[in-house]
Design a protein around this ligand. Structure first.
Ligand SMILES: [Zn+2]
Ligand SMILES: [Zn+2]
Length: 183
């Protein structure tokens, strides 16, 4: 079965990774493993923005993909950006093997609220499904409840469900079965 490998990029609480590892196989026909070491994102840090350039982390991740990895999903607490945007929750290679998600702006504490681990886990799962969807060439979905809906603020992520709508789900099913090992 296709393997999704979770890669901690910087310090990540094991409980967060374990939850993703258990939940992702319930949404995609894959198995999931946690990479036993972490990767340092420091090379992607840009002092002028005090943020990490997500594309540079993805570039580094590509050197870590093994032939047996269907997807490599980086998970980070770093604040990510791409040059045209103030920040991003994650990034994926469209039709590629690598995707990256950040929980920096998914924590309630970031918004001055009390910590909520359950909510954080849900948000991170939704964002992970979203970026994995992009690696299957899925575009943004008009259904705001679908995990493939676009989100420019955390409130939009909260509107999404942790599943794909029927249309996106069937796209995933057909791409994963049709393309076999290619995807
Ligand atoms: Zn997206
Ligand atoms: Zn959808």
């Amino acid at each position: 079965m296709n393997l999704v490998r979770l890669l901690p990029v910087g310090k990540v609480e094991p409980a967060l990774l374990q939850e993703l590892c258990a939940e992702i196989p319930r949404r995609f026909r894959v198995r999931c493993e946690i990479f036993p070491a972490e990767v340092d994102p420091l090379h992607a840090y840009h002092a002028e923005r005090q943020q990490y350039h997500s594309s540079e982390i993805i570039e580094r991740m590509q050197t870590l993909v093994r032939p047996q990895d269907w997807r490599l999903l980086g998970v980070t607490g770093a604040d990510l950006y791409i040059p045209i945007l103030k920040y991003v929750f994650g990034e994926a290679q469209m039709g590629g093997r690598c995707a990256l998600v950040s929980f920096y702006r998914l924590r309630q504490e970031f918004y001055g609220l009390d910590p909520d681990d359950a909510l954080l886990g849900q948000r991170l799962l939704k964002e992970s499904i979203h970026e994995l969807g992009h690696t299957l060439d899925l575009q943004h979905c008009q259904d705001y409840r679908c995990a493939m809906a676009s989100a420019h603020a955390v409130e939009w992520i909260d509107l999404r469900e942790t599943t794909l709508c029927d249309s996106c789900r069937s796209q995933v099913e057909s791409k994963m079965s049709m393309a076999g090992k290619q995807y």
